[in-house]
Design a protein around this ligand. Sequence first.
Ligand SMILES: *Cc1c(COP(=O)(O)O)cnc(C)c1O
Length: 420
Amino acid sequence: MGQSTIGVHAGYDKNFGLGTTSVPIYQTTAYNFRDAEHAANLFALKELGPIYSRLTNPTVEVFEKRFAEIEGGVAALATASGASAIFYSIINVAEAGDNVVISDNLYGGSITLLTHTIKRMGIEARVFKSSDASNLEDLIDDKTKAIFFESLANPQITITDIEKTVEVAKKHKVLTICDNTVATPILFEPFKWGIDVSVHSASKYTNGQGSALGGVIVEREGLNDFIKGNDRYYHFNTPDESYHGLVYSDLPLPNFTLRVRLALLRDIGASLSAHSAWILIQGLETLTLRMEKHSSNALEVAKFLELHPKVQAVSYPGLANNSEYEKAQKYFKDGKASGLISFEVESFEEAKRVIDSIELFGVVVNIGDSKSLITHPASTTHSQLSQEELLKVGINPSSIRLSIGIEDSEDLIAALEKVL
Ligand SMILES: *Cc1c(COP(=O)(O)O)cnc(C)c1O
């Protein structure tokens, strides 16, 4: 089935229960067992079913199944936010003494998580150059547990050399984890390119309305075979003392997400709520349509900005002169490049003036909303950085970032024209 059909139907049996056309919201903490044996079987994984909503919930499960299918993965696990999905995907494989190799172009929250927070747990982050993965192989050793990158990076708007990254990873049998938030499963299908695990902030394009936080971890089909007997991932191949000696790789269930559920959701519990899952399910229904519109609108806006005399530079991977254009054509569906644009005006002051006087655009530090959003990183998200530091992380004091929504492109262009 195609992604539009999957987005509307997958994961929900409309003949189940009362046959409601809308997925029911199971607003419950726990579930009644039929009897003591039923309970014992569930805990022993002899029978699968809901026990407690920190681990599974039927509404959340519909979202997980639908997301896994839309991305072409074998299983998914939902979390309370994108940040928790990333944290879990990393600590599912790495512990004190290990290292992870991470992209030089990442979301700000991922940079702090991976270089500061997990460092306190004894996990080292080594940074590779994602534009060509030229130094990736040199950074890998026998303690390397994952290579983490974004398909289309937020906020840098760059694209990872995915083919090279995956090739090096396969050679050394290291797990690849791709944050596919900005490209979404609609524009980029990670498993077709050999990536092992994808993670998402569902709070962005999946939700599409800036109305709920959520995250997802998806694993590819066949990941169990990669894990089985792979010494790097001995946790999966040796008895888990915390689960009365369970060996994950002996189970026929998708190992990666299963271990996040049984160990990390159990012990840390950043679970997605049933209500938020329901909101995100509504988002999945229209995701294919919206990604088309975000991408076509952004291309039109980028083309307009490129020709405007007040604009010094425009960065959008859909523009033929952009450094990322070739990669967008290669990896993304029909070369479509999602909704993020960055452009530069004359000065810091001019950038502030544009933000203060623009109509229609919301001045918001979010992305992926149906409503167009605008930010000035130098005076907001990155205002703590010095001029020098700003340039080091690739942020020009006069650059403005746009998350283009699904409005009529003529209206977005008119709003920008007026203020410029
Ligand atoms: C927003 C974002 C995150 C974090 O997700 P939350 O849902 O806000 O926790 C991670 N990665 C990328 C690329 C993001 O844009």
